[in-house]
Design a protein around this ligand. Sequence first.
Ligand code: H79
Length: 479
Amino acid sequence: MRWEGMTNSFSFLKWACSASLVTVFSFSSLCAEDGWKSVKTKEFFGKETAQERGKRMEWFGDARFGMFIHWGLYSVPAGDWKGEPVKRNNAEWIQSHAQIPSADYSELIHQFNPTKYDPEKWMELAAFAGMKYVVITSKHHEGFCLWDSKYTDFDVASTPYGKDLLKPLAEAARKNGLKMCWYHSILDWHHPDYGFKKSWRGNASNPSPDMDAYTGYMKNQLAELLTNYGDIGTVWFDGEWEKEAWTHERGLDLYNYCRSLQPNTLVNNRVDTGRKGMDGMNKSAGFAGDFSTPEQQIPETGFPEGVYWESCMTINDSWGYKTRDTDWKSTTTLIRNLVDVSSKGGNYLLNVGPKPDGTFPEAIVERLKGMGEWMRVHSSAIYGTKASPIGKPEFDGRLTIKENADGTLTIHVFVFNKPEGGKIVLKGLAGAPVGNVRSLTEPKAQPLSLSADDGSLSFVIDGELPNKHASVYKIVLKG
Ligand code: H79
């Protein structure tokens, strides 16, 4: 909704309903007739059979690779405030790190003008890289909304750009075979009713922020996001850790609310208050959420069947675009991270921070293209695979497996660095080999001979590894 000033009673009502300024009126009482109250929230959490759950989770369990996009007003200062670099990594946290008062920070809205935004190009690149879904910040902690929301002026409609950024992205994603997903922050530094006050936040001068009213606002917005943009793959909440504001009861209710709008969508575990810090798994049963979310880390091991998880990680050190951050991970590291995550049965959600003009930094484009080139040859060893049955092998590499329709088992052996002598030993793998070892990296190469002796399989790689990022060998076992 665009900011038009308060010239008549209608725009006054809009102001009172919006998050743009501290308001003495209760948000929910003025806007009660539309939005979330008309949504019948049914109990969904824990109410489906294992089979139903498996079906709902299936695409996520097979996907392995997604694109995370952090984009918002913070992309404009890009890590600097008043010409000075703000310490700490995360450029999307600049308002908090520099304690920028809400009124000053909100001025950035007049500078956000991504005239070079080309969502087709973004999604073509994501698809080329091998990504199967895309998660964008519909709203990050700053509170700015990337779509034209009826419920606030603090959105893209109030920027010089003025157009919904999410609709064309959702269309481009689907056209390129990716599922559209939303990251939506529970924490909101702008909204006057958000339930935990700080001097620089938009709730600072509200004597009694009303978290029920704020939750109503968030639900109204989620109704927009889960009604007007087609099927949404995942709703990815974050910013749930302030105990003064967010509770288990609110989390469970919000989970059920999202699924009442879209029964098949997946909701991450940060909707509730059960995650164990940055390792992102749940402390114990009973917390809502369909999958776990380790942040900036890959778990040491895989998890039992039926535990779904996704490691989200940055491509440099910041989530939001940061001009001074050139600490780009190498293409090799990114590919090996994807392999590592796959070998443990998880998904890799790799973040990009677009520039305020709507383009990706060149370093990101280069790396995603490099991943795509590798994936074009090797993706069958990534998608729809299962975790290694023997954990990490002793050589520098990883394994994934695939159960074939004819009852055989394909083992993909990823080799990062060749061990001395080139002998690859797979301990603890029994079963009768079908044929020899074939190279996925070089399908035309001569098969290598496979030895099976008590409880281990082995083969020898001669010469250089054929791929510098990760070379892949295939073994088929019967029984
Ligand atoms: O959106 C990106 C970041 O801006 C956001 N999450 C990713 C996906 C984020 N990064 N860091 N933080 C949020 C800060 C959270 C830090 C902590 Fe905590 C909150 C540390 C202590 C309280 C997490 C929750 C770890 C322990 C509890």
